[in-house]
Design a protein around this ligand. Structure first.
Ligand code: ZN
Length: 196
């Protein structure tokens, strides 16, 4: 009885705690993304928006660009937005065979609307083959152009898994990505590429 009279009701307590300890909105946010797709015959191989000559391509509803999908999830994650599967559902016919650079452009619009500027991206492609080193500058250029940032802010590395797993057996390609966003209240106009 005494306790009930002296204690602050729980709901009020929570509210005052929140107001007293509410941190300022963070100006920098990091995000992480991962994706994997199977390699199958009779598909084009597209990585980082670049067509790569190869006997097989990645299966998927869109163009299955595994690198761009990992980068998209890193960007969405940094802004705490719903992931790629919820932004671009695999059962939605409008995304069938979709160019993932266009999906990336859509993500840029979502970020820009929320005043998030992309500081940099880093990524690693895991593939037993083909050799990707010579295609990386073109991937960096395609991604940088789409996002309106400098190619020097788009890191892309490629490695094998030394034949140790399904990737190493050539059954698929995976990609990891991280992205750093900076909150910029002055950001209003979308520097997006025109629709193709
Ligand atoms: Zn994917």
């Amino acid at each position: 009885m005494e306790a009930a009279q002296t204690e602050t009701p729980l709901a009020e307590q929570d509210e005052s705690e929140t107001a007293a300890h509410s941190p300022a909105a963070p100006s920098l946010r990091v995000g992480i993304g991962y994706d994997v797709h199977r390699l199958v015959p009779d598909r084009l191989l597209v990585l980082g928006g670049v067509r790569i000559p190869h006997a097989q391509g990645l299966s998927g509803h869109s163009d299955a660009d595994v690198l761009l999908h990992a980068i998209i999830d890193a960007l969405l994650g940094a802004a705490a937005l719903p992931d790629i599967g919820r932004q671009f559902p695999a059962d939605d016919p409008q995304f069938e065979g979709a160019d993932s650079l266009q999906l990336l452009d859509n993500v840029l619009k979502l970020l820009t609307e929320r005043h998030w500027r992309i500081v940099n991206i880093d990524s690693t492609i895991l593939a037993q083959g083909p050799r990707l080193a010579s295609f990386i500058p073109a991937m960096q250029a395609a991604i940088a152009r789409t996002l309106g940032i400098e190619a020097m802010n788009v890191g892309i590395k490629a490695t094998t898994t030394e034949g140790l797993d399904a990737i190493g057996a050539g059954r698929g390609i995976a990609a990891h990505a991280v992205a750093l966003l900076m909150h910029d209240p002055s950001l209003q106009d979308c520097a997006c590429i025109p629709p193709r």
